[in-house]
Design a protein around this ligand. Structure first.
Ligand code: UT7
Length: 337
């Protein structure tokens, strides 16, 4: 039997229209455009305003709809929808089930998985496994978060970092040598203390006290997380490149999680790839957690060429991190014609 690979055949995305810039941010907390640009690299972020009364599934539905429209794929041929998010609309049902319902995908099952900022990296691995097993031919993998729903706008050390957005990819079976080739993924729960949301789950149920103590927001020890992110992402990229005999000249694009522009450039420097080969959109997208990797693909799609070697890398709460090597399967500009 011929070997089956899992290849991406299209990208869709969505960001909310409201833009929160650094000038407005510096009226909310004691900060400045200069500090945020120098230390993080964010100028603006898209925000899903709470008064709109919608959550992550709203953004993902828009992203999947765009993907279906542009690829002209029959929605009834989508067999599964895998969603990576840390900000589901509800504890249950899953965000995936809401998206499937919104778009009336009749022959599809779906579920959410949570791995914070590494969510989409892990979801691609899960999705690719579903395809290469031979059990599914066409699925959609989504990543996205409504980070504003758990951002403490009284904490200047975290609130300038995050934004909202979602994107998705079509993943299909092929016998050609394209698609997700290799992954190096790791998780270590010892990172809990440095990056988490303390309340709202089964270990610490929501109560008046947890609300009063503002325990339903992102807690992050920035400097510690920063150091781990640079080291773990760089090591993972190096490992995956070596394991697949890729020199820096072979790498068309590094696709890094957009947590801090200093992390992205440090990872590129460490393996000697020029910044012009690194997807960076943090300046106008900020950190959308599970959304960063697919939103990069969404924006850079027109520049991608069939056969390009891409290395994805991410780091997030858990800690969870890793890198994946993908051979891109189509000329991205075909959707612009
Ligand atoms: O996506 C999941 C993974 N997350 C990450 O990878 C994020 C990793 N961490 C980071 O990106 C950075 O650590 C931050 C952006 C969170 C913080 O940047 P930093 O350069 O590590 O700043 P710091 O926490 O060391 O703080 C330096 C100074 C402090 O003042 P003092 O103590 O030196 O007087 C802070 O109080 O900057 C101050 N500061 C600010 N000043 C103006 C912290 N936040 C702000 C702010 N505006 N927003």
């Amino acid at each position: 039997m011929e070997k089956i690979n899992a290849v991406i055949t299209g990208v869709g995305g969505f960001v909310p229209s409201y833009i929160l810039d650094n000038e407005e941010m510096s009226r909310i907390v004691d900060t400045s455009d200069e500090w945020i640009m120098e230390r993080i690299g964010v100028k603006t972020r898209h925000i899903l305003k709470p008064e709109e009364g919608v959550g992550t599934s709203y953004m993902m539905t828009k992203a999947v709809k765009q993907l279906l429209d542009k690829t002209q794929v029959d929605p009834d041929t989508i067999e599964a929808l895998v969603v990576a998010t840390t900000t589901p609309d509800y504890h249950f049902p899953s965000t995936a089930s809401l998206v499937i319902g919104n778009l009336d995908l009749k022959n599809c099952f779906g579920f959410d998985m949570e791995a914070a900022c590494a969510g989409f990296l892990y979801a691609m691995e899960v999705g690719a496994g579903m395809i290469t097993s031979g059990r599914h031919k066409r699925i959609i993998v989504c990543g996205g978060d409504c980070m504003s729903s758990m951002t403490n706008y009284e904490d200047r050390t975290t609130c300038p970092i995050f934004g909202d957005g979602a994107a998705c990819v079509m993943m299909e079976a092929t016998t050609e040598e394209y698609g997700l080739i290799d992954s190096y993924l790791r998780t270590d729960g010892k990172g809990y203390e440095h990056l988490h949301m303390a309340a709202g789950g089964s270990a610490c149920m929501p109560s008046h006290e947890t609300v009063d103590k503002r325990m339903h927001f992102v807690y992050q020890e920035g400097r510690t997380v920063f150091k781990h992110a640079v080291t773990k992402m760089s090591d993972a990229v190096e490992t995956i490149a070596k394991r697949n005999n890729l020199t820096k000249e072979d790498i068309a694009w590094i696709v890094p999680h957009q947590a801090n522009v200093r992390i992205e450039t440090a990872v590129a420097r460490r393996i000697g790839v020029d910044e012009s080969h690194v997807m960076i959109n943090i300046e106008h997208m900020a950190n959308t957690s599970g959304g960063t990797l697919p939103l990069c693909l969404w924006e850079y799609e027109p520049k991608l060429k069939k056969g390009d070697n891409l290395i994805f890398t991410a780091f997030g709460a858990g800690f969870s991190w890793g890198a994946s090597y993908m051979k891109w399967g189509y000329d991205g500009d075909k959707f612009c014609k």
